[in-house]
Design a protein around this ligand. Structure first.
Ligand SMILES: *[C@@H]1O[C@H](CO)[C@@H](O)[C@H](O)[C@H]1NC(C)=O
Length: 795
């Protein structure tokens, strides 16, 4: 509007100039008017009558008329005053388009005289049109990758006006990316272009809306606008980007196949294919990782694929990548750290690194049996463990270092009690639930010669019938040894001592293998009634252990001696003559038969029997006393010489007997004196015989008794002396160490290792046997200890 004043001035000066021209044109026969377009109807164009110097009143007479080829409709002439007026709205643009000169030619025709005037009305442009765009909205697509300074030609705005009234300038709504540039073409059209001032970024602003305005130069100024919508086309200029630089997750090692570990997610700022992402493990991933884990290419889910093992690897570092589908594709990277949590899936392992399969029973406590290596592949509590063996066995576990254990003995062993141990070792870890491993260690206890053989009893009485057959077995002793094999092989022997000045070996022998005792010769009870031997049992261990027992050999009497008739003495074994007075009455003692028997007991108990007699009724024989008495008075009829056959037999089984024949002569004339004398004589004779016999018997008995006393004293002395040598003993003892030292004759004391106990041999082993007084009166021999009983010696 500021310029409108000068513009108006120019327009008026022009108008004045035209009028000047019109006047000149009149001179040359042409008349010309200029009017702006769009004048209102009836507006005066000009006074043509005046301009043609026509006489107005004459106009109608001269048939004044205006003709026009095509402009007749726009203008008309008033016949009354000759004024040309606008008949109809005149649109220059309609009439002439874009032509710079727009005229409406007309002719004025007059008659009387005919005169033709040519003229024209020039239509001047008025800014009555605004610039317009054919499309009110313009859509453009631009790659975000286009470079700065690129021009985008736009469709020009149209303005039918001409000259300054047509499009003169373009402007664009304010924005940071584009400016607009206008350029006049050689045809005078103002072209318009967009110029990129700043790089596009679809990710920042995917579309841009602009308003393009075209303005003309008219007064008043007019303008038109168009919307420009620029869509920024994506270019794959953004790589996928993961949510996290590092993803972290933890997982139990027993996670099942298909368990979700975590989800990786990447975003791509681009769009479309450029933003479509495929996930994968990095190409550098190890084959093991690919076995264990699976990455869903679309969802980004990492799942367990294989069997995890904490003990193999306790963490994994996976490189993942996200690739978009753009071309060229872009890749984003991230890292996934997966920590594997231990699960108690490993039981402790027990390795026996060394084992002594056999151990001597005398191994001291603390002897190493076995070395064990125990470990658990789990970690933490799951990898800690306890090792135990049962409490009630003589073994214990000792921890030597971290995972090493020693199985040692904790108490003395005894093979005789337990020969073999199966030690159940339990290793239990501290996980929950805990896992256990069982191991059995077999330990065989090997024998040591620590047990002496033992007899069933400390002494035995054996009874041997005299007259036994030489070489026959009379007894067998057996000793048992609790050890095994060689340590238990027992051999038997006699301990040397004298029996009636002869060594034992001259009486007996012993089978060293099985302890059977043989008599070497026939015993005679009448010579030797009993004796004592000591049998030793010794094992074959190194060193050997031994034990002894006492065997009392008692000879039993056998009826092997016939009664010996001592009186009446009978020469040639047959007859003895006795004299009997006829006057002798009933019960008269004729004689007494005396007999002895060397046997003893019943074998020596004699009885007297009359086997045969001349007059059996005449005499009685006292079966016990051996007295022969008359049974009745002697009659004259009785034969003077009577014979009696007397049998003396002992009570043995079978009994033995002797006989004697008595001849008894009955004398009539013998007086009482004679008889008495005879009796006396016979008595004295008898007495003499008897006396001699009795004296002999008494003497013998006395000597025998003296001998026995001497023998006993000497035996006693011997005993004392041999006791001091620690030899004459019938002892054995339970203690395994007892008899070891028996052979060392000079050692007077026994040591009991480990017990600190010592026993004086003299105290302990005083034992002897002597005949009890009863044995003289009895058929049997009674044995009794002479002094205090020996120490408690029971085999
Ligand atoms: C001991 O051995 C001998 C010879 O082999 C045999 O005759 C005897 O019967 C055995 N005695 C025992 C008790 O076995």
């Amino acid at each position: 509007m500021a310029n409108s004043m000068p513009d108006n001035a120019i327009a008026f000066s022009r108008f004045a100039f035209m009028i000047l021209v019109c006047i000149r044109g009149l001179i040359s026969g042409q008349i010309r008017y200029s009017i702006p377009e769009e004048m209102e109807i009836g507006a005066i164009v000009g006074n043509i009558a005046e301009d043609l110097r026509l006489n107005v009143p004459q106009l109608s007479d001269r048939k004044f008329r205006l003709t026009s080829d095509d402009g007749g409709q726009y203008i008309k002439v008033n016949l009354d005053n000759g004024i040309l007026t606008v008949r109809e709205r005149i649109d220059r643009e309609l009439l002439c388009g874009q032509a710079t000169m727009c005229t409406i030619p007309f002719e004025i025709i007059l008659e009387n005289p005919l005169a033709v005037y040519r003229g024209e009305v020039e239509i001047l442009d008025v800014n009555d049109n605004s610039p317009t765009f054919r499309d009110s909205s313009i859509t453009l697509q631009m790659s975000e990758a286009i470079t700065l300074g690129v021009h985008f030609p736009l469709e020009s705005a149209e303005d039918p006006d001409i000259g300054i009234n047509t499009v003169a300038a373009y402007t664009i709504s304010s924005n940071e990316y584009f400016s607009v540039k206008a350029q006049k073409t050689e045809y005078g059209v103002l072209n318009c272009e967009l110029l990129l001032e700043k790089p596009l970024d679809r990710e920042l602003q995917p579309d841009i809306q602009l308003v393009l305005q075209a303005t003309d130069g008219g007064i008043p100024q007019r303008s038109g606008t168009a919307q420009i919508l620029i869509t920024v086309v994506d270019v794959n200029d953004n790589p996928p980007v993961f949510d996290h630089k590092v993803y972290k997750s933890s997982l139990r090692e027993d996670a099942l196949k298909g368990s979700l570990v975590l989800i990786v997610k990447a975003n791509d700022l681009d769009e479309g294919l450029n933003a479509e992402i495929t996930y994968s493990f990095s190409k550098l991933a190890s084959p093991r990782v690919l076995e264990l884990f699976n990455l869903d290419p679309q969802k980004g889910e990492i799942r367990v694929e294989g069997h995890l093992d904490y003990e193999e690897t306790n963490s994994y570092s996976l490189n993942v990548q996200a690739v978009d589908h753009g071309s060229p594709a872009m890749t984003g990277h991230s890292k996934v750290l997966i920590k594997i949590n231990d699960v108690n899936d490993n039981a402790p392992e027990v390795k026996v690194t060394s084992v002594a399969s056999k151990i001597l029973e005398n191994a001291p406590p603390g002897t190493l049996i076995s070395l064990l290596n125990v470990f658990d592949r789990d970690s933490g509590e799951n990898g800690q463990f306890h090792c135990d063996i049962p409490k009630n066995i003589p073994f214990r576990l000792r921890k030597s270092s971290n995972n090493h254990y020693e199985l040692i003995t904790s108490e003395p062993l005894d093979r005789e009690a337990v020969t073999e141990y199966k030690i159940h070792l339990v290793a239990r870890d501290l996980g929950s639930p805990s896992l256990t491993t069982n191991k059995t260690i077999e330990v065989v206890i090997s024998d040591v010669n620590d047990n002496a053989p033992q007899f069933g009893a400390s002494s035995y009485n054996i009874y041997v019938m005299e007259n036994n057959s030489p070489g026959s077995s009379i007894f067998a002793v057996t000793a048992r040894d609790r050890d095994m094999d060689q340590n238990s092989y027992v051999s038997y022997s006699f301990l040397e001592n004298l029996i009636q000045d002869f060594p034992v070996s001259s009486y007996l022998s012993i089978n060293s293998m099985n302890g059977t005792i043989y008599a070497l010769h026939s015993f005679d009870y009448e010579e030797l009634k009993n004796f004592q031997i000591h049998v030793q049992a010794r094992d074959a261990g190194v060193p050997p252990l031994s034990c002894s027992c006492t065997v009392n050999v008692i000879i039993l009497d056998q009826n092997d001696n016939v009664p010996v008739i001592v009186s009446p003495s009978s020469e040639s074994g047959s007859a003895a003559v006795q004299i009997l007075p006829q006057s002798a009455g009933q019960g008269y003692l004729v004689t007494k038969i005396m007999a002895t028997d060397a046997d003893s007991g019943q074998n020596a108990r004699l009885s007297y029997h009359m086997v045969k007699a001349t007059h059996p009724s005449l005499f009685n024989v006292g079966p016990k006393s051996g007295e022969i008495r008359t049974a009745r008075n002697i009659l004259a009829s009785d034969t003077t010489t009577q014979s009696l056959f007397i049998l003396v037999k002992d009570n043995g089984q079978p009994s033995l007997s002797s006989t004697v024949t008595l001849y008894i002569t009955v004398l009539e004339n013998i007086t009482e004196n004679v008889t008495e004398a005879g009796n006396l004589m016979s008595n004295s004779e008898y007495f003499t015989n008897l006396n001699i016999f009795l004296i002999i018997i008494f003497g013998c008995t006395s000597i025998l008794f003296l001998l026995i006393i001497i023998l006993l004293i000497s035996v006693k002395c011997k005993q004392n002396s041999s006791t001091s040598q620690g030899y004459n003993s019938s002892s054995c003892c339970r203690d395994s160490n007892c008899t070891l030292h028996r052979r060392s004759a000079m050692e007077a004391t026994l040591r009991y290792p480990g017990t600190g106990r010592t026993v004086r041999m003299a105290d302990a082993q005083h034992y002897s046997v002597c005949l009890s007084p009863e044995s003289a009166k009895s058929d049997f021999l009674f044995l009794k200890p002479c002094s205090a009983p020996p120490f408690d010696a029971q085999c």
